[in-house]
Design a protein around this ligand. Structure first.
Ligand SMILES: *Cc1c(COP(=O)(O)O)cnc(C)c1O
Length: 385
């Protein structure tokens, strides 16, 4: 949308010019040799971005983050099995809801709003009863809380549980090594830090998770079944066409460009840049009089900032900022809905300091229009050029 607002919401995000160009090409046939090559490259690139374990399978399925969550749940957990959800906000709640629909016996280890779960709390929860699978949300987009995936996954693995990470608001921005962390499924969606248009569910599934699918008594819905999709993904990776259900070809073309651009930069450089940009954006927002929701920087996401704006401005601020050409999001968590706002800073935009400054300026001028004056120039200077 030429001239549309700058998207600084937690997805969909602003696309790089290269991904944007790829998104506007005519969608190819799913059996076109050029498309087969592109799909294969995208799947191989996912292995690198995720740091997939040996023998894992990457999957790209039309849908989004919520579909990816349902794929993980319905392929790993049978009705009646025990699941533990580490609950740091709305998206962990959604995972629990999906598990309940599946008929799982769900327990939650719930953190107070703005806090993470400590390794000790997880150890304690796991000591009480055997658990088949533990579900973690690396960054919960409703609270801006980031958890320590390697520490929590190690404890869950030690207790013999499968580990699933909802990485929808973190993959391709927060430090992640699926193999080293022993995580069985890491899932995301195309429209967040991956930096492609919305419409794809992305998962990398470990051999242990594949074995759990084979052991299921109640199979998942056909279109969500790993058993339906894995032969298709293997065929495309091997350079052969294969059909189960039509892939979203145009989106896969855009995804491949987005993944290639990530790997050209290198994941460590991307992780470091997101950490730096997050602290700069928050420093700017704090100069404008905002306060962060997460309890400490150790548990603060690098992909978005969930902030309390000055007293009395939260209700009108999103609209006031939109009037200045920048889209930010309102509060999402029930306890934060009316007094917080969310500013996304992930993907291509983190390479564009002038756009980050434009965001800070739009927020500052929006606050000023609501009667809260602050030093907007000083706030913009928090962003290093
Ligand atoms: C956005 C988001 C989801 C849901 O993804 P959709 O593509 O909107 O279905 C799930 N989990 C987290 C952490 C998210 O940020």
């Amino acid at each position: 949308m030429e001239g549309g607002p700058l998207l600084m919401i937690p997805g969909p995000i602003a696309l790089s010019p290269e991904v944007l160009a790829a998104s506007s090409a005519a969608p190819p046939s799913h059996t076109d040799p050029a498309f087969i090559e592109i799909f294969g490259r995208a799947l191989r690139a996912m292995r690198e971005v995720w740091r997939a374990p040996e023998g894992a399978v990457p999957l790209v399925v039309a849908g989004g983050g919520t579909l990816a969550m349902e794929v993980a749940v319905t392929n790993l957990v049978d009705p009646g099995q025990q699941a533990l959800v580490i609950d740091t906000g709305v998206f962990s709640d959604r995972m629990a809801q999906i598990l309940e629909r599946r008929g799982a016996v769900v327990r939650r280890c719930r953190a107070p709003v703005g806090e993470a779960i400590s390794p000790g709390a997880l150890r304690e929860a796991l000591s009480r009863r055997a658990v088949h699978a533990v579900f973690l949300t690396q960054v919960d987009t409703s609270t801006g809380v980031r958890i320590d995936v390697p520490a929590l996954a190690a404890i869950a693995r030690g207790a013999g549980a499968l580990v699933v990470v909802d990485g929808v608001c973190s993959v391709a921005a927060e430090v992640l090594d699926q193999d080293a962390s022993g995580v069985d499924v890491v899932l995301t969606a195309s429209q967040k830090a991956i930096g492609a248009p919305p419409g794809l569910a992305l998962l990398v599934v470990s051999p242990r998770a594949l074995a759990a699918r084979r052991a299921l008594l109640v199979p998942p819905p056909l279109s969500m079944d790993l058993a339906s999709w894995i032969p298709i993904m293997e065929a495309y990776e091997a350079g052969r066409p294969s059909y189960f259900a039509t892939p979203a070809t145009g989106l896969v073309v855009a995804l491949e460009v987005a993944l290639r651009q990530l790997l050209q930069q290198g994941m460590p450089a991307i992780w470091a840049r997101h950490a730096r940009v997050a602290s700069e954006v928050r420093a700017g927002l704090e100069i404008l009089g905002m306060r962060r929701v997460p309890a400490s920087s150790a548990v603060s996401a690098h992909t978005l900032s969930v902030m309390y704006p000055p007293e009395g401005t939260a209700g009108a601020l999103v609209g006031a900022v939109a009037a200045r050409g920048v889209a930010i999001a309102g509060g999402l968590h029930p306890q934060l809905r009316h007094d917080s706002v969310r500013v996304g800073h992930m993907g291509w935009v983190t390479t564009q300091p002038q756009l980050l400054q434009r965001t800070i300026r739009a927020v500052g001028e929006g606050l000023a229009s609501l009667g809260h004056e602050a030093d907007v120039d000083a706030a913009c200077q928090a962003i290093s050029g």
